[in-house]
Design a protein around this ligand. Structure first.
Ligand code: PLP
Length: 398
């Protein structure tokens, strides 16, 4: 067999998100676009800010030798300086360009960080529900992935995390605002998390690297903000991307920002740069790096579009009787499966051409995810189906 057993198994199990997306394509072929209500993917649909495209044109029109050439594996110094300024404000800690590395999206950044910190058999913890690519990214680099359930309100359960940290734990990944719950972890809980990790470091003699995956940091509602982390735990690193905040996931631009106070910071930086290269990314896309360096600091998509959809969906689903976690950020609604069986409830919805993702695809069965980065008409058109599926479930119809 040419395909490795591990890859064959991964292909077989696939991702629930991708499976639902494929199912959507089949249904669209059969019933037409307007009859399918696809809430499966987190593909941002708010248009990128106009200035983003203006800056692309500006960069393309400029002449210069090696305009699209290789650069230092860490990225253009000017772009890294812009990122350092941005993260310094978010993290209440002064970073320099040297603390940052430009990457191919947050996904690329996570792979680079994990490759840098993992020895074979080391464990990586994440808070469930979570983005399940973390498992693949961990296994890519010989690590063992484990999830620890969030608290009942989907905030951090620091006691449960404390119980899970062992001498084998190399890293903990947190994601706030969270995909799929939309929860923002509170300042207080991050403080407790930092204290716990420092305590554990004393007990086990091993430093757990805290990786904060923040692609939704700027997609927050009701005037909320995402608290800083670097001032709460030194051995920390932020990974982020422009995929969601500028609606450019296909352009693959992200970054790593290292807490300058982290243990072994000098060697970590060198590790990130090397791993960015030897994973085959070499460097992040050059044109996008140039564009990002020229954008105004507060440049992001108009998130009022997502906020409106969030409110419409929450109101409609709660009127029907569904329970859900009130999203504080990102563009996902995590809904409690009315029958308790997330796969059965998603299947019931799919029979009415409504596509959602079962919570087991986020290591959290019993719930399902509805992604609301979709047109208003998709939300409006889906409500009768959500109603019918709920009634079927109450009536015991499978
Ligand atoms: C929580 C989370 N982390 C990372 C990513 C990957 O983002 P990128 O497109 O920047 O690689 C996603 C994408 O959906 C995500 O939801």
């Amino acid at each position: 067999m040419a395909v490795s057993e591990r890859t064959a198994a991964a292909v077989e199990n696939g991702s629930f998100i991708r499976k639902m997306f494929e199912r959507g394509n089949e249904l669209r072929k059969k019933y037409g676009d307007d009859a399918v209500f696809d809430f499966s993917l987190g593909n941002p649909d708010a248009p990128p800010p106009a200035v983003f495209e203006e800056k692309i044109i500006e960069c393309v029109r400029e002449s210069g030798a090696n305009k699209y050439g290789y650069m230092s594996n860490a990225g253009y110094p000017q772009t890294r300086a812009v990122i350092a300024g941005r993260v310094s404000k978010e993290q209440q800690t002064r970073l320099t360009a040297d603390d940052t590395v430009m990457t191919c999206g947050a996904g690329g950044a996570l792979n680079v960080v994990l490759k840098t910190v993992l020895n074979p058999g080391d464990e990586v913890l994440a808070v469930a529900p979570c983005f399940m690519e973390y498992r693949f990214y961990t296994e890519n680099h010989g690590g063992v992935f484990k999830t620890v359930p969030a608290a009942a309100d989907f905030g951090l359960d620091v006691d449960a995390l404390e119980a899970a940290v062992s001498p084998k734990t190399a890293a903990l990944i947190i994601n706030s605002p969270n995909n799929p719950t939309g929860r923002i972890y509170s300042d207080e809980s991050l403080k407790r998390l930092g204290e716990m990790l420092l305590r554990k470091r004393k007990d086990t003699g091993r430093t757990v690297y805290l990786i904060s995956d923040e692609p939704y940091r700027r997609i927050v509602y009701g005037g909320r903000t995402v608290p800083s982390l670097f001032d709460k735990y030194p051995h920390s690193v932020v990974v982020n991307s422009f995929s969601k905040e500028l609606s450019i996931p296909g352009e693959r631009l992200g970054y790593i920002a290292l807490n300058p106070a982290a243990e072994d910071a000098e060697r970590m930086r060198a590790g990130f740069v090397l791993c960015n290269r030897i994973l085959g990314f070499v460097n992040a896309p050059s044109l996008m790096q140039k564009v990002i360096a020229r954008l105004p600091e507060d440049c992001e998509v108009d998130i009022s579009v997502y906020d409106r959809r969030r409110q419409t969906l929450c109101k409609a689903l709660s009127e029907i009787g569904y329970e859900y976690a009130e999203p504080e950020g990102a563009f996902y609604l995590f809904v409690k499966a009315p029958s308790g069986d997330d796969a059965a409830d998603c299947e019931r919805l799919a029979r009415y051409n409504v596509l959602t993702v079962p919570g087991r695809g986020f290591a959290y069965p019993g719930w399902f995810r509805v992604s609301y980065c979709v047109a208003d008409k998709v939300i409006a058109g889906s409500i009768p189906a959500f109603k019918q599926a709920f009634a079927d479930c109450q009536g015991g119809k499978s």
